[in-house]
Ligand binder design. Structure first.
Ligand code: SAM
Length: 286
């Protein structure tokens, strides 16, 4: 394992020989104390990683809705459906290969694609949950229902190596501060919070410009943080090949995990490199 420096390098490296790569990875690499950011295509990054090196793979790919990512990315997000499926099949198959036994894969997507991609996931991994994350900004298209959730599908490679079920605060009435639900005789058991369920309706999108790091699609930190709480291992590795603004980097640092993240857009990689140095109360991998 190479020693990683504390501070961001303003100039990226041209290669890396960190232990997660198969031999030498050649490409643009921003190296940080607990991980690396690479500017490359997700599939090439996954192909270059060693098999069974990761504890978590987190996938938040473009949704193929014609969104513009960065200065060069407008054409990336509108493939033919068959092309998009083919690409994502390869991404999923390589993601499964880089996972350790017991490792966890999370795919964040809209239900239309989550359902089409699930057969590829089923081929390699074991289904654990379809987590519905409430969508606060959906709008009705044509003759469809109002879309009110994203899917976060959660799979493991065999028996989960880690599983920690977090407690979340009880829902409370904003006005009267009383419980919104009736817990009957079980009230005393929920005083310190309730077990996290597979419906996450307590998450707000990153909207406020002071909080938002980039133009579009930045995930609220709580989503990757819940992922690292559920399946993280201190000192373990999380891989996010479509990392955008780098929300996963913050979650990894808070959980004491190492990370390898990538994005095809140079400007996002630079942004992530700055974010990787943000002052946060990180644990730092053991
Ligand atoms: C939905 S966003 C991810 C947002 C991220 N989770 C965050 O919190 O900021 C998808 C990202 O994938 C990147 N992307 C698109 N196609 C890619 C590809 N083939 N390889 C790597 N990254 C790609 C886009 O530039 C975009 O930043």
């Amino acid at each position: 394992m190479l020693e990683l420096p504390n501070k961001a390098r303003t100039k990226p490296l041209k290669e890396s020989r960190c232990r997660w790569w198969q031999g030498t990875y050649k490409g643009v690499v921003y190296r940080h104390k607990h991980g690396e950011i690479v500017c490359d295509d997700a599939l090439h990054v996954l192909d270059s990683l060693r098999e069974e090196c990761a504890d978590i793979v987190f996938l938040d790919p473009p949704f193929n809705l014609g969104k513009r990512y960065g200065k060069n990315g407008s054409h990336h997000d509108k493939k033919k459906e068959s092309e998009y499926l083919q690409y994502m099949e390869k991404v999923i198959s390589r993601s499964a290969a880089v996972l350790k036994d017991g490792g966890a894969l999370y795919l964040y997507h809209i239900p239309k694609w989550a359902i089409r991609l699930s057969p590829f996931l089923e081929e390699h991994l074991d289904f654990r949950h379809w987590i519905a994350i409430s969508m606060k900004n959906g709008f009705v298209r044509g003759d469809h229902l109002y879309p009110a959730h994203y899917a976060l599908t959660y799979y493991t490679k065999g028996k989960p190596g880690a599983f920690n079920r977090p407690k979340v605060p009880k829902p409370i009435c904003a006005r009267c501060k009383k419980d919104l639900r009736d817990y009957g005789g079980y009230k005393k058991y929920v005083e310190n919070g309730i077990n996290l369920s597979d419906v996450w309706d307590d998450i707000s999108p990153v909207r406020h410009h002071k909080k938002k790091t980039r133009a579009a699609n930045e995930l609220p930190l709580i989503i990757p943080q819940r992922v690292t709480t559920l399946s993280g291992i201190e000192g373990g590795l999380i891989v996010d090949p479509f990392a955008g603004s780098g929300t996963t980097i913050l979650a990894a640092r808070l959980a004491g995990m190492r990370y390898v993240v990538s994005d095809s857009e140079k400007e996002y990689c630079e942004l992530m490199s700055t974010r990787a140095c943000e002052d946060i109360p990180e644990k730092g991998p053991a």
